[in-house]
Ligand binder design. Structure first.
Ligand code: ATP
Ligand code: MG
Length: 415
């Protein structure tokens, strides 16, 4: 019988790669506590309307990438392609307005039907941080400073740049949109097929195109700066000044737009050239209109999401994560010793030591496993040692060994 294969675009993450993945999540947990973000655990699926209404029908995610299906009750459900819409839904359905401004963080798997390649999967994982119910530029700044600290604590900030833009308020964005439509219409025939289609439906998205045929035109396209209202300029100036005050380096990226429709004002990405085409490790911005599209009151909000796989690749490339070594490897010889060593192993582990315990193969096999474990010490317990209530403590680096009473062992090896 054929073994069923994994689904295309999914990954089985194991060993050192899984250690890098865990490091990313642990560091995020540390940092989000420093910034006082509360934790949420969210469902992996929602009613399809949660995403189609908030992200916008014309976005790539909604039009081509969602995993939607009818459940047995005939309801259309979708595996979450992002966190923000579900968090906004939860904000409304749980009455979390009482906590506003709500600083909230989560992480977990997301699903998009994309063309799989390095750094782009159909099931991938994100870290996510949002401030819901805050219209002040300080909220944007706090999220950006937090993202910057996360990258620094992961040891991967070198070569990652913060690219910052503003999309303006609704009137600025609309005026810019019209100018973009007029400009791209003049070059219509030379654009990629996708962008020709975007021209009618969602022209800002042409700026986000990864097609080389579009690049020369996106570089020359009208800039948001010429269309910003005074209020929008003022907001953006405050964000920039806040970043400078916090010592966060950034560069202006006037053509940066985000893939989803709901963004206003601040838009940003942390980008590296070390991951090839999949260089955006973290992206986000302000989405003041989103909660209204889900039937809520006007609720300004801002947030970001980071791809855990992409961050983990940078962490692994920085050479930081090997699988952890054991402190001690226990090598029992004979059945009685095996039983006694279970107690010894438990004591050492309760004392905070990482312990490997050999229970397969002959003495030679067990010793070679002990050496592979990277442990500093092997504890060898044969019948003779057992009868004396002792163990042979072997320093695997120097080869020196001495016999010690079992009760003296934790102290000898540092437990
Ligand atoms: P892209 O332009 O690369 O498709 P996006 O705008 O769709 O990115 P977001 O929705 O902003 O991405 O997601 C935030 C982050 O999540 C991205 O910067 C990236 O690190 C990660 N990410 C997005 N899609 C994938 C995917 N299919 N596989 C792995 N990581 C992803
Ligand atoms: Mg995408």
């Amino acid at each position: 019988m054929n073994t069923p294969q994994a689904i295309r675009g999914t990954q089985d993450i194991f060993g050192a790669e899984a250690e890098a993945f865990a490091r990313v999540v642990e560091t995020f947990e540390t940092v989000r506590k420093l910034y006082r973000f509360r934790r949420a655990e969210m469902p992996v699926f929602e009613k399809t309307a949660v995403f189609s209404r908030s992200l916008g029908e014309t976005t790539d995610v909604v039009s081509k990438e969602m995993y939607s299906f009818e459940d047995r009750g005939g309801e259309s459900l979708t595996l979450r392609p992002e966190f923000t819409a579900g968090l906004a839904r939860a904000f409304l359905t749980n009455g979390w307005q009482q906590h506003a401004p709500l600083k909230i963080a989560t992480h977990g798997p997301l699903f998009r039907y994309e063309r799989p390649q390095k750094g782009r999967y159909r099931q991938f994982h994100q870290l996510d941080a949002e401030i819901i119910g805050a219209g002040e530029p300080q909220a944007d700044v706090e999220l950006l400073v937090m993202a910057d600290q996360l990258l620094k604590e992961l040891g991967i900030a070198d070569g990652v740049t913060l690219q910052l833009n503003t999309l303006g308020d609704a009137p600025s964005r609309e005026a810019w949109r019209q100018a973009l439509v007029a400009y791209f219409r003049d070059h219509r025939a030379a654009l990629s097929e996708d962008s020709q289609e975007r021209l009618e439906r969602n022209p800002l998205r042409i700026l986000d195109s990864k097609d080389p045929r579009d690049k020369p035109f996106t570089a020359e396209a009208p800039r948001i700066d010429d269309y910003l209202s005074g209020e929008a300029q003022d907001f953006f100036a405050k964000v920039c000044a806040g970043l400078d005050a916090a010592g966060v380096a950034w560069t202006r990226a006037p053509a940066l737009v985000r893939g989803l429709d709901y963004y206003r004002h601040t838009a940003f990405e942390f980008v590296t050239d070390r991951l090839g085409a999949q260089g955006t490790v973290l992206g986000g911005g302000r989405y003041d209109g989103l909660i209204e599209t889900l039937g809520g009151q006007h609720t300004p909000a801002v947030g970001w999401a980071a791809g855990i796989e992409r961050l983990a690749m940078l962490v692994a490339d920085a050479g930081e994560v090997a699988e952890p070594r054991a402190d001690v490897a226990i090598v029992p010889l004979g059945e009685a010793a095996e039983a006694a060593c279970l107690g010894l192993a438990a004591t050492l582990r309760r004392g905070g030591l990482a312990v490997d315990m050999g229970f397969r193969g002959n003495m030679k096999k067990r010793m070679s496993r002990a050496n592979e474990s990277g442990a500093r010490f092997a504890l060898i317990v044969g019948e003779e040692e057992l009868a004396a209530g002792e163990a042979m403590v072997k320093d695997l680096a120097s080869g020196e060994q001495e016999r010690l009473p079992l009760h003296a062992i934790p102290a000898r090896i540092g437990a």
